[in-house]
Design a protein around this ligand. Structure first.
Ligand code: NAP
Length: 525
C-alpha cells in the first residue's frame, strides 16, 4: 500500500480523490516522497458545468466592489497560513525563504493590488469601454462599447516555477471580473497551489464553484472547453503548441492566452565603461537574475549584451560575484541559492548547458562549485553557470534554446544597431532590460525593442535604489511577450480584465444608453 498522502481535488463543489494512477511529488534536495496527486477518474464534465453554472452565476450576481472584497478576504486567509506555505515551498520547490517569498508573497501582493483596483470600480456590473460615438446626424442614435464578464470558466494550466503567484496573478483579475476559475497546477510543484485553494475553500470566502483545483494529469481538461470559456496557459513552447491547436481553441474560438518560454536580454549602453554606474547595475542585476529561484523564472536574463571592449571585464565582474553565491540545501544557514524543482529539471538544465557549449565558451563553471549540505548525485541543486560568445551573430542555438535554470550567456556587440538586431533574434521575449546613464539611449532602446518585448525595464542610476528589478513581474505593468514568448498579455493593472470580458457595441438611443450606463463604470487604465 502506498503510504504517501494523496491530495484531493476540489471540483463540482466537493473534495474528490483521483482514483487510479497517481504521481508522487518529491523533495528535490533530499529526494524524499512528499505527497501524491491524481486526477484519474474525475468527472470533468460535471466539474466544468458546476463551475460555469454555480460559480459563474454567483460571481456575476456581485458587483466589482463586492468581488474586490472577496479578493481581500482571500488575502487574509493566505496571510493567516503563510508559514505552512513556506514549509511546503522549502520541501517541494527546494527554495530558500527569500525565493519562496517571490512566489508566495508575490501572489498575495498581486491579490491585494487587484482588491484595491476593484474597489475603485464601485457597484457596477458592467464596464464602459470608451465614450459614446454618434452613429447618425441626429445624436439620438449612438454606439457605446461595453465589456461584460464572459459566461464561462477560466481554465488555468500553470507552470511548475510559480505554484502560488502563477495561480493568483491570473485568479485575481478572473474573479474580479466575475469568472470562475479551475486551476491545473504543474504536477511537480502542485502541493502549494492545492494547499492554498484548500485554505480558501475551507474558509468559505468564495461562492461554491468559483475556485476549483485539479491536480495531476491534464488529460481531458481542454476537451471540456466551450465557446465562452477562456484558457490561460503558462509553460513550455512545446506544450503551448498543443494547447493552441486543440479543437476547442482552433475550432470553437475559445479565447486563449499563452505565456511560453523566452530568451530575455540585458543590454549595457555602448558608452558605459568598466566600473561605471551602468556597468555595476548590469552586473548586479545579472547575478540576481541568474540566482533568484535558481534562474527558474520565465523573465530571467538569459542573454547579456555588452560592448565588445567590455566583454572580459564584464565576464570577470559577474564571475567574481557568482563565486560568492552559496548553493545547496535551503534549510542550511548561509545557503543563498536552493535547488531546481526536480531531478528532471536538473537533467534538463545540464543537458541545456551542454547544448549551449557547442557554440559558447565557459566563463564561470557551476559544476566546480561545492554544494552545501546537499548530495551532488541525488539533489537537484545546480550552481550558476556563465557562458560567453564574442561574436554572437554567428551563433544559432544561443538565441534559440532557453535553459530554465541559473544559466546565462554573455554576448558582445560592436554597435547599437547590431545590439538591437541580436536582441531581436530571441524572436519575441517577455522583457529586455537596459542599463544606461543616458536617457536618450534608453528612449532609443525602448523604441527599438518595444515591438518585440512585453516589457522594457530601463535602469539608470537615478532609479537604481527604487527599481523593481528585471525579473520581477509587477501587477501594474504588462506581463507577456510576442512571438516565441507566447503572444500573451497578463496583468497591466485593469487591462487584465479585458481577457475575462467580452466587448460588444451597443447601438441605441441616448435614453437606453443612459439606463445602461447607470449599471456600469468606465474602464480607465
Ligand atoms: P510544461 O511542461 O509545458 O507544463 C506546463 C503545464 O502544462 C503543466 O501544468 C503541465 O502539466 C501541463 N501540460 C503538459 N502537457 C499538457 C498537455 N498535453 N495538455 C495540457 N496541459 C499539459 O512547462 P513547465 O516545464 O511546467 O514550465 C517551464 C516552462 O514554462 C519554461 O519554458 C518557462 O519559460 C515557461 N514559463 C513561462 C512563463 C511566462 O509567464 N511566460 C512563466 C513561467 C514559466 P504536468 O506538470 O502535469 O505535465
Amino acid at each position: 500500500m502506498n503510504t504517501t498522502p494523496l491530495l484531493p481535488n476540489f471540483l463540482a463543489g466537493r473534495w474528490q480523490d483521483g482514483a487510479g494512477h497517481s504521481s508522487t511529488l518529491h523533495d528535490p534536495v533530499l529526494g524524499t516522497p512528499l505527497v501524491r496527486v491524481s486526477s484519474a477518474g474525475l468527472d470533468l464534465a460535471e466539474g466544468f458545468v458546476f463551475a460555469r453554472e454555480q460559480g459563474g452565476a454567483a460571481l456575476r450576481a456581485l458587483t466589482y466592489r463586492q468581488r474586490a472584497a472577496l479578493l481581500g478576504e482571500i488575502v487574509k486567509v493566505l496571510q493567516a497560513n503563510r508559514d505552512a506555505y513556506y514549509d511546503i515551498a522549502t520541501a517541494n520547490c527546494g527554495t530558500t525563504t527569500k525565493d519562496s517569498a517571490v512566489d508566495i508573497d508575490g501572489g498575495i501582493f498581486t491579490l491585494g493590488y487587484y482588491a484595491k483596483q476593484g474597489e475603485a470600480l464601485g457597484d457596477a456590473k458592467l464596464l464602459l469601454d470608451g465614450e459614446r460615438i454618434r452613429m447618425a446626424k441626429d445624436p439620438v442614435f449612438q454606439t457605446q462599447h461595453i465589456l461584460s464578464p464572459t459566461r464561462g470558466v477560466a481554465l488555468f494550466i500553470n507552470a511548475f516555477n510559480f505554484p502560488s503567484w502563477g495561480l493568483w496573478e491570473k485568479a485575481a483579475p478572473a474573479l474580479l471580473s466575475g469568472v470562475p476559475v479551475i486551476v491545473k497546477p504543474a504536477t511537480a510543484t502542485a502541493w502549494l497551489t492545492q494547499r492554498m485553494v484548500k485554505d480558501v475553500v475551507d474558509a468559505g470566502v468564495l461562492p461554491t464553484g468559483a475556485l476549483s483545483v485539479v491536480c495531476g494529469s491534464s488529460a481531458g481538461l481542454m476537451d471540456q472547453l466551450q465557446p465562452f470559456d477562456v484558457v490561460s496557459f503558462t509553460g513550455s513552447a512545446a506544450t503551448a503548441r498543443i494547447i493552441r491547436s486543440h479543437p476547442a481553441v482552433a475550432a470553437a474560438s475559445v479565447r486563449c492566452n499563452i505565456e511560453a518560454d523566452s530568451l530575455n536580454s540585458a543590454l549595457l549602453d555602448p558608452s558605459a565603461t568598466e566600473g561605471s554606474e551602468a556597468f555595476n547595475l548590469l552586473v548586479n542585476e545579472v547575478v540576481r537574475e541568474m540566482t533568484v529561484k535558481s534562474g527558474q523564472k520565465c523573465t530571467a536574463i538569459r542573454r547579456i549584451f555588452v560592448p565588445l571592449e567590455l566583454f572580459d571585464e564584464t565576464a570577470q565582474a559577474i564571475s567574481a560575484k557568482l563565486a560568492k553565491v552559496t548553493v545547496g540545501n535551503p534549510r542550511s544557514e548561509g545557503v543563498r541559492m536552493g535547488s531546481l524543482v526536480s531531478m528532471e529539471q536538473k537533467h534538463s538544465v545540464l543537458h541545456g548547458i551542454t547544448e549551449l557549449l557547442h557554440e559558447a565558451e565557459m566563463l564561470f563553471d557551476g559544476s566546480e562549485v561545492a554544494l552545501i549540505d546537499a548530495d551532488p548525485a541525488t539533489s537537484a541543486c545546480v550552481a550558476p553557470t556563465l557562458l560567453g560568445h564574442r561574436d554572437p551573430g554567428q551563433a544559432t542555438t544561443l538565441h534559440e534554446v532557453e535553459v530554465f535554470g541559473p544559466v546565462a550567456t554573455l554576448m558582445a556587440y560592436e554597435d547599437e544597431d547590431e545590439a538591437w538586431e541580436l536582441i531581436r533574434r530571441g524572436d519575441g521575449s517577455l522583457v529586455a532590460s537596459v542599463y544606461s546613464e543616458d536617457p536618450a539611449f534608453i528612449a532609443r532602446a525602448a523604441a527599438e525593442l518595444g515591438s518585440c518585448h512585453g516589457r522594457v525595464h530601463a535602469i539608470s542610476p537615478d532609479v537604481a535604489a527604487v527599481q523593481s528589478s528585471h525579473g520581477n513581474v509587477m501587477p501594474m505593468s504588462l506581463h507577456g511577450g510576442p512571438g516565441r514568448a507566447g503572444g500573451g498579455e497578463e496583468l497591466g493593472g485593469l487591462r487584465a480584465l479585458g481577457f475575462y470580458h467580452r466587448r460588444s457595441a451597443v447601438q441605441g438611443s441616448t435614453a437606453a444608453l443612459d439606463v445602461l450606463a447607470a449599471t456600469a463604470t468606465p474602464l480607465k487604465y
